[in-house]
Design a protein around this ligand. Structure first.
Ligand SMILES: [Zn+2]
Length: 191
């Protein structure tokens, strides 16, 4: 069984992602990774808009995501993000995939690409255990096992690839698109 390989260089690089870093343990696999602070609109920061998809929330659709400790303009602040019900029920993945698949065409700023990259990796890592479990249940060398294993191998390869040292925006956009394809294949394995 393949397990994800992590390069420390990638982690170091991600730690420097522009636009502020979530102080909340970013690699906690319990929840989807929220956009980093620099990616937030004023409405998302204020909790008026969904932290994931940016839609304006109404009192009946807003879901509180709890208190988060973040750095904003170098100052420690508490952030109380809110999200729409669709995103909370799994729709955040669609917003993430849309952004990933348009990255090469739209070429968003590097900080935006770095944020997408980090969130896609996180989401893939969240889903791999379910894929491992499905493969184990199928029994080694069965057709189903090979189907699961292909998804697992492609995902772990994509995670191990990393962005390289000082990637160009286009290289980073291509990595983001590749992670998007891997996440799409992992969609049937909810975390
Ligand atoms: Zn939303």
């Amino acid at each position: 069984m393949t397990t994800p390989r992590e390069g420390t260089a990638i982690e170091d690089w991600l730690a420097h992602r522009a636009g502020g870093l979530l102080v909340t343990p970013a690699e906690s696999l319990f929840a989807p990774l929220l956009p980093s602070v620099g990616m937030l609109s004023e409405g998302q920061f204020r909790g008026r808009d969904c932290a994931f998809c940016g839609i304006t929330l109404s009192p009946t659709t807003a879901v509180d995501l709890g208190a988060h400790h973040i750095k904003r303009s170098g100052v420690d602040v508490r952030w109380f993000p809110r999200a729409c019900r669709t995103c909370v029920e799994g729709g955040y993945v669609n917003a993430l995939l849309d952004a990933a698949f348009s990255a090469c065409r739209a070429l968003p700023p590097p900080a935006h690409l770095t944020d997408l990259y980090a969130r896609l990796r996180h989401e893939i890592r969240r889903r791999l255990p379910a894929a491992w479990a499905a493969a184990a249940q199928a029994g080694e060398d069965t057709l189903t096992w090979h189907a699961h294993q292909r998804v697992i191998d492609a995902s772990t390869d994509a995670l191990a690839d990393g962005p390289g040292d000082r990637p160009s925006p286009l290289t980073l956009a291509m990595r983001v698109a590749e992670l998007g394809r891997r996440l799409r294949d992992l969609a049937p394995y909810p975390p």
